[in-house]
Design a binder for this molecule. Structure first.
Ligand SMILES: Nc1ncnc2c1ncn2[C@@H]1O[C@H](COP(=O)(O)OP(=O)(O)OP(=O)(O)O)[C@@H](O)[C@H]1O
Ligand SMILES: [Mg+2]
Length: 263
């Protein structure tokens, strides 16, 4: 199936209200477009993002004013000590979590202003998330796992969804193992299925929370090659890693400490 059949049929913006606040007339599909001052609009923009967790009477401030811009087509590594807030930052960008304060704009949409339902639909259609422990459904085959986001987004006819998922499994080198259950795959292969699943709706943004953290160094390097290839092919990629070698191969490294960007 030609890839173009899946391009340009992205879901409509969830709500006009989520347009960029500073310029309500700005189209909501603004990514890569040139701003009035000639600069390129970022794919991701966090301004003054805070996240607090209430623990009984105590409040813990996990994020303390994060400002971050990631341009279209960037490959960005996020590093920092355990507990510094890396996962929390990724989660507010991917819409898994919501900030307590500040604004999060992704692809021209104010996702911090979305309702839970809008956010779930938006995330399913516009972000591919890859986790350290793969998070595949154990009773489903590789193909059935890879097709899930397409089913969730009710994208295309059932046969087309499976064709698309099969195509993505081919892309990550698993075309010959589509019928395997996760338990019948190696760690690296399971992560490839997770990447195929993340690619399901052809998102502009791929986010990985220590996607190589549970893999041996050779498999981690292969996985990194895959992320790099996706980036070269046009995806914006943001990943958390504890591996300074892998971080150093990104275009840019963002360091987080105590809930703040320090470099
Ligand atoms: N649901 C929660 N309730 C309370 N505190 C939380 C919650 N989630 C995260 N935190 C706290 O927020 C801080 C940041 O957590 P986060 O998971 O973002 O760290 P991290 O940088 O990803 O760490 P690691 O490298 O260990 O994965 C931590 O101190 C953590 O204990
Ligand atoms: Mg984490």
């Amino acid at each position: 199936m030609p890839a173009s059949r899946w391009e340009g049929d992205g879901m409509a913006p969830v709500s006009e209200n989520h347009r960029h606040e500073s310029d309500p007339g700005r189209p909501s599909t603004a990514i890569g477009q040139v701003e009035r001052d000639g600069s390129v609009a970022p794919l991701i923009e966090l301004v003054g993002v805070e996240k607090s967790y209430r623990m009984g009477r105590l409040e813990y401030r996990a994020l303390r004013g994060i400002d971050l811009r990631v341009g279209v087509g960037e490959l960005v590594a996020v590093v920092g000590p355990s507990g510094s807030g890396k996962t929390t930052v990724l989660n507010v960008i991917s819409g898994i979590d919501r900030p307590s304060a500040g604004t999060v704009t992704v692809d021209g949409l104010r996702i911090d202003a979305m309702s839970e339902e809008e956010l779930a639909v938006w995330r399913g259609a516009h972000v591919g998330v890859v986790f350290q422990f793969f998070q595949l459904l154990p009773t489903l085959s590789a193909l059935e796992n890879a097709v899930l986001p397409l089913d969730f987004a009710r994208r295309g006819a059932k046969r087309e969804r499976f064709e698309r998922a099969r195509h993505n499994l081919d892309l990550v080198g698993l075309g010959d193992k589509v019928d395997h259950l996760p338990a019948e795959l190696s760690g690296g292969e399971q992560q490839r299925v997770a990447i195929a699943r993340a690619l399901a709706n052809d998102p502009k943004l791929i986010v990985g929370d220590e996607p190589t953290g549970n893999l041996d160094s050779v498999t981690a390097a292969e996985m990194f090659e895959l992320f790099t290839r996706l980036n070269v092919e046009g995806k914006t990629v943001l990943y958390v890693t504890h591996d300074l070698g892998l971080a150093g191969r990104a275009h840019r490294v963002v360091s987080i400490r105590d809930g703040m960007v320090v470099a």
